[in-house]
Design a binder for this molecule. Structure first.
Ligand code: SF4
Length: 212
């Protein structure tokens, strides 16, 4: 199994699905949705290369984690590797899986864009599909905009009490030095504030470097 190309990860959050979850954001997306909250992860360029088994172990480092969320970037373009990640995780612990994709489920099933898509779909409990459309962002739910659909592929999370489509959004912001990571699906206004703050921090850092 080949290595994954991962933009970043986070271990232990409550902002991207039910329970306590670890998140993989893959690098590379063929879409260019206006207002995408992760534009740095759209280019299909080498980022962090990691083997599926190693990544699964990392994601389960927090013993309270009971779910994984795959986002990006476009997870289905690395479907074979991600299917191996969730299978490896499930060999260690009972783990649910939420996966985002810019494709529609019908396209994934009938014309998969990469090897391993059917394998990955076999593992997914909840698939959130479709492109982000800013004009249809109603500020609610785990899906970014109202056109995106929530598919309970396994039914396992259908009755868990988590309202994927209508819940109030929650986000976590992690700051590490000069980098900041926003975890979750933010209300539109928060994303604007976040981007502005990150840019200000970057500029102050550049200014500081010049002064030295
Ligand atoms: S599909 Fe997702 S990651 Fe890709 S451009 Fe659209 S919002 Fe961004």
């Amino acid at each position: 199994m080949g290595a994954l190309n991962v933009a970043t990860t986070w271990v232990g959050t409550t902002a991207l699905g039910p329970g306590r979850r670890s998140v993989v954001w893959v690098q590379g997306c063929p879409f260019h949705c206006a207002g995408c909250m992760s534009p740095d992860w759209i280019p299909d360029v080498p980022a962090r290369s990691v083997e599926p088994a190693e990544l699964a172990a990392e994601l389960l480092a927090d013993p309270a984690v009971d779910g994984l969320t795959f986002s990006g970037g476009e997870p289905t373009h690395q479907a074979a590797g991600l299917a191996e990640v969730i299978r490896a995780a499930r060999r260690t612990r009972d783990t649910t899986l939420v996966c985002f994709t810019g494709y529609r489920l019908e396209r994934l099933r009938h014309r998969p864009p990469a090897p391993g898509v059917a394998e990955l779909l076999d593992e997914v409990d909840v698939l959130i599909d479709g492109l982000y459309v800013a004009a249809q962002d109603d500020g609610r739910g785990l899906r970014g905009s109202g056109n995106q659909r929530v598919h309970h592929l396994s039914g396992r999370l259908a009755d868990c009490g988590y309202d994927f489509e209508g819940r109030s959004r929650s986000t976590e912001i992690v700051v590490d030095g000069h980098e900041a990571l926003l975890i979750g699906v933010p209300p539109p206004a928060l994303l604007t504030v976040f981007d502005t703050a990150v840019e200000q921090v970057r500029q102050s850092h550049i200014g500081g470097d010049h002064e030295r």
